[in-house]
Design a protein around this ligand. Structure first.
Ligand code: TYM
Length: 351
C-alpha cells in the first residue's frame, strides 16, 4: 500500500466525471471581515445559478480553539445572516451549520484514517495557529484539514471557492481523495479544484500590508468588520497604513508597496474594476484623495449588507429555521455518499 498520494488515480473533477458542485465554508469564530466578504461571500453569491452551490458555517472547525458557547451560537447565526445579506439565497443554495449534519464528523473520522501525519505536519495554517505552543493545542486543530476534506468530499464537491490562505487545505483534500481512491481501487472521490480568482483573494491587514486581514487579529483597526458602521469604516480607512508616494499609473508600480497595493486591490474588488483601472484613475494623486474615495466605495457596498444583517439578526428563530431546512437538504446529499464510503471501506451497511 503506497503512502504517497496518487494524484493521477482519479479523473479530474473539472473534466466532467462528476456533476459540477460548489462547496465552501466559513468559520463562525468571530465577526465576518471584509476579507471574508471579498475573498469568499461575494464570490459565493456569484456562483449561484451557475452550478449547484452548498455553503456551510463550520462550527466544528471553530471549536478547534476555545469558543464561549453563547458567543459561538450568536456568531453562527450572525454568519448565516452575513451569507444571506451578501446575496446567498437559502433557496437557491444549501446553507446550513456543519454540526447539524452528521456526515461531516463521520466522514471526518474515516478520512483521518486515510490522511498521513506527515501531510498534516506540512500545513502552514496549523503552524501559524499553533505557534510555539504546538503541544498544548487541541488534537482537533491538528486534524482540522481532514475534517475540511470531509466537508468537501461528503458532497463530491468539484469546485471550492476560497481565499488564497485555504489553497493548501484544498490541495490536501485532493491528496486524501487520491489516496482513498488508490488504496480501495475505486474512482469514488473527485479531484476537487480550488477556485481562487479576482483581485481580493488575499486581503491584507490595514495596519500591516504583509499580514492577512483576519478576525483573530488583536487589533480591530487592522480589519473592516461587516458589522462596522459607515463612520467606523471611514475612520479605519483614513488611519490605514500607507506611504508618502503618489499612486502610479498601473499595478506594476506598486510591487514594493504592500499597503498601497492592498488598498488598490480592495477598491477594485469592491467596485468590480481591475486594479490597473483604479491606478489609472488616481495616477499621480496621494492617499489624501484616494482614501475618501475608497471609504465611499466601501460604505456603498457594505452599508446595505450590514443593514440587512442587523434586520436578520432580529429574528434568530427564522435564521434557525433556514439553517435547519438547509441541513435537511445537505443531509439528503451527504448521507448516501458517506454510506457508500463505509461500504467501500468494509463496514456493515446501516440498512
Ligand atoms: P475562514 O473562516 O478563515 O475564512 C472563510 C473564507 O474567507 C477567506 N478569507 C479571506 N480571503 C481573502 N482575504 C482575507 N484576508 C481572507 N480571510 C479569510 C478564506 O480563504 C475562506 O475562503 N478552513 C476554512 C473554512 C472551511 C472550508 C471548508 C472552506 C472549513 N471547511 C471546506 C472551504 C471548504 C477557514 O478557516 O476559513
Amino acid at each position: 500500500m503506497s503512502l504517497a498520494p496518487q494524484p493521477d488515480a482519479t479523473p479530474d473533477a473539472s473534466k466532467g466525471a462528476f456533476t459540477p458542485r460548489v462547496f465552501s465554508g466559513i468559520q463562525p469564530s468571530g465577526g465576518l471581515t471584509l476579507g471574508n466578504y471579498l475573498g469568499a461571500l461575494k464570490r459565493f453569491a456569484a456562483q449561484q445559478g451557475q452550478r449547484e452551490t452548498i455553503y456551510c458555517l463550520v462550527d466544528l472547525h471553530a471549536i478547534t480553539v476555545w469558543q464561549e458557547p453563547e458567543a459561538l451560537i450568536r456568531q453562527t447565526r450572525e454568519a448565516a445572516a452575513g451569507f444571506i445579506a451578501s446575496g446567498v439565497d437559502p433557496d437557491a443554495s444549501v446553507l446550513f451549520a456543519q454540526s447539524q449534519v452528521p456526515a461531516h464528523a463521520e466522514l471526518g473520522w474515516l478520512l483521518m484514517c486515510v490522511a498521513r501525519m506527515g501531510w498534516m505536519n506540512r500545513m502552514t495554517q496549523f503552524k501559524d495557529k499553533a505557534g510555539k505552543n504546538a503541544e498544548a493545542v487541541s488534537l482537533g486543530l491538528y486534524a482540522y484539514p481532514a475534517l475540511m476534506a470531509a466537508d468537501i468530499l461528503a458532497y463530491h464537491a468539484t469546485h471550492v471557492p476560497v481565499g488564497e490562505d485555504q489553497k493548501q487545505h484544498v490541495e490536501l483534500t485532493r491528496d486524501i481523495a487520491a489516496k482513498f481512491n488508490h488504496d480501495y481501487g475505486v474512482d469514488f472521490f473527485p479531484m476537487t479544484e480550488p477556485v481562487i480568482e479576482g483581485p481580493a483573494t488575499r486581503v491584507m491587514s490595514l495596519r500591516d500590508g504583509t499580514k492577512k486581514m483576519s478576525k483573530s487579529d488583536p487589533s480591530d483597526a487592522s480589519r473592516i468588520n461587516l458589522s462596522d458602521d459607515a463612520d467606523t469604516i471611514a475612520q479605519k480607512i483614513r488611519k490605514a497604513r500607507t506611504d508618502a508616494e503618489p499612486l502610479p499609473g498601473s499595478m506594476e508600480g506598486l510591487k514594493d508597496r504592500p499597503e498601497a497595493k492592498n488598498l488598490v486591490n480592495i477598491f477594485a474588488a469592491l467596485t468590480d474594476e481591475t486594479a490597473d483601472a483604479i491606478c489609472a484613475r488616481f495616477e499621480g494623486q496621494g492617499f489624501g484623495a484616494f482614501k475618501p474615495a475608497l471609504a465611499d466605495a466601501a460604505v456603498a457596498v457594505l452599508g446595505p449588507i450590514t443593514g440587512r444583517m442587523n434586520d436578520l439578526m432580529r429574528d434568530p428563530g427564522e435564521l434557525d429555521r433556514i439553517l435547519r431546512a438547509g441541513a435537511e437538504r445537505a443531509d439528503a446529499i451527504s448521507a448516501p455518499i458517506v454510506e457508500e464510503t463505509r461500504r467501500i471501506m468494509g463496514m456493515i451497511p446501516k440498512r
